[in-house]
Design a protein around this ligand. Structure first.
Ligand code: GLN
Length: 475
């Protein structure tokens, strides 16, 4: 049995009827983690500590003063700081580094009695879409162990998929919560940029990064978002909009919606035929239910991936300058002076993909090329934002596949990185514009691989997005 309970509400009734204790739950998940260690989903498991916390929470439940996440056993992506615990971003350069403070989201989850069972494998510094850039190796997809988990939050998605925890927290810069969630048949939510504090996430591209939940149910996604969201004095980009009671107010949509889908997602030769037929079936089903579903042409489609990769690499080159062999983690044993400490520690500490992106980012920011690349990409980002807002004047949601293809074979490295980058085509629009987006499980293909469907909504319309998702999954 891989799925023990599939939502916190099921667990809560199990706790109430004494069918299970929190300690029993943690023991179950720890045994699942051990049984599935070959999947390589965890970089570290916090076993004894999780068991101790479980006992404390069982006591609080008896006393009647437990938090709203009592019984929620989660894993966090290994780029989220948890005080007193190691954090590596799956990079050699952070080997041995321990967090001196917790991310705001971690504090908020713990304050409501969530249990963090371990830190999950991911692409190095969250750069990738297959989890293969991790210093700790790829994560195997539980549906087919020869396939990738997706990335960059691959470990988080597989941990949920294989029942090693109830939910996990990932981070999404250009699709890293949604795409692995899709490849693993789970729900993955990227909130509106600013909805959730970024304080204590290891930064990749600061104007894109958001943390989000990977869950088995829309209910749990709503609950985790509700706990994590809200203004934070440590992140000036966090929004002060009041946080709705996403979970308590979660109701299946009853009204008819206007939904747009990208024409190209059905006409492009790059989209897998089974992904296309999944999308066609969904469109027909929604129309049969009385929703308006119309094709739209998005004239900037070809510019999404180039603009995204210019901007994120520029931001990454700046963010990753702090890993210099002096402040954090790995220092080359061959270093002899300051310059060689920087050069050798960075050359030996970063993997190939991270180095490629730092160099690309440094190039697009350099004096001679800034206007041609970085400034231009920012203008393109603005056009994409304006066009997306226009679409939302007419439509409630934009519907598209989460990824053009299902999970690929592990080890099938593309010779041309641009080919891999193009696979992010459907996830980067929400990231460039900051709107919320969710990936929902949409069945399996004929080979048994999960497919995902994505919905984008207006800024801060997570409630409407979650309500429709609940309705959609129960259709
Ligand atoms: N695949 C995308 C990238 O490599 C997205 C990664 C992410 O969202 N962290 O940049």
């Amino acid at each position: 049995m891989s799925k023990f309970y599939s939502s916190l509400s099921q667990i809560k009734s199990g706790l109430q009827s004494s069918e299970i204790s929190v300690e029993g739950l943690v023991k179950h998940y720890l045994s699942q983690i051990e049984k599935n260690s070959r999947l390589n989903a965890f970089n570290e498991v916090f076993g004894p500590e999780a068991l101790q916390r479980a006992k404390d929470i069982d006591n609080r439940l008896k006393e009647g003063n437990a938090g709203k996440l009592a019984g929620m056993v989660i894993a966090i992506k290994d780029n989220i700081c948890y005080k007193g615990h190691k954090v590596s971003a799956s990079s050699k350069i952070l080997s041995g580094f321990e967090s001196v403070y917790s991310a705001t989201i971690v504090e908020r989850l713990l304050a409501e009695d969530a249990i963090i069972i371990g830190r999950c494998n991911c692409d190095e510094f969250a750069m990738g879409a297959t989890n293969e850039s991790s210093y700790y190796g790829p994560v195997k997809n539980y549906a087919d162990e020869t396939k990738v988990s997706g990335g960059s939050s691959g470990g988080s998605a597989v941990a949920v998929q294989a029942g090693m925890c109830l939910a996990a927290i990932g981070t999404d810069t250009g699709g890293s919560v949604r795409q692995p969630a899709a490849f693993c048949g789970t729900v993955g939510l990227k909130p509106t940029y600013g909805r959730v504090s970024r304080h204590g996430l290891i930064a990749y591209a600061s104007s894109f990064d958001q943390a989000g939940p990977i869950t088995n149910s829309v209910e749990d996604a709503a609950l985790l978002l509700e706990v994590m969201a809200g203004a934070d004095e440590y992140d000036s980009t966090s929004a002060s909009n009041p946080v709705p009671a996403y979970a308590a107010d979660l109701k299946k949509t009853t009204e008819k919606k206007n939904i747009a889908y990208l024409q190209e997602s059905l006409s492009s030769p790059g989209v897998d035929p089974e992904v296309k037929s999944m999308l066609i079936n969904t469109i027909e089903k929604l129309r049969a239910e009385g929703h308006t579903v119309k094709p739209i042409a998005f004239e900037y489609l070809d510019y999404l991936v180039p603009a995204y990769y210019i901007l994120v690499t520029a931001e990454a080159s700046s963010n990753l300058a702090r890993f210099d062999g002096v402040h954090y983690g790995y220092r080359s044993p061959a270093a002899t002076d300051l310059a060689s400490t920087y050069k050798r520690s960075r050359s030996e500490g970063f993997g190939k993909e991270v180095k490629r992106r730092i160099m690309l980012g440094t190039f697009v920011l350099s004096a001679g090329y800034y206007d041609a690349y970085y400034a231009k990409a920012q203008k393109v980002r603005r056009l994409i934002q304006e066009k997306t807002s226009k679409i939302f004047e007419e439509y409630d949601f934009i519907l598209m596949p989460t990824a053009p293809e299902p999970a690929s074979d592990i080890g099938k490295e593309e010779k041309d990185p641009v080919v891999s980058y193009l696979a992010d085509i459907f996830t980067v629009q929400a990231s460039l514009t900051g709107v919320p987006a969710i990936s929902l499980p949409a069945g399996n293909n004929t080979k048994g691989l999960p497919l995902g469907l994505q919905l984008l909504a207006k800024h801060f319309n997570e409630q409407e997005l979650l309500n429709f998702s609940k309705y959609f999954l129960e259709l």
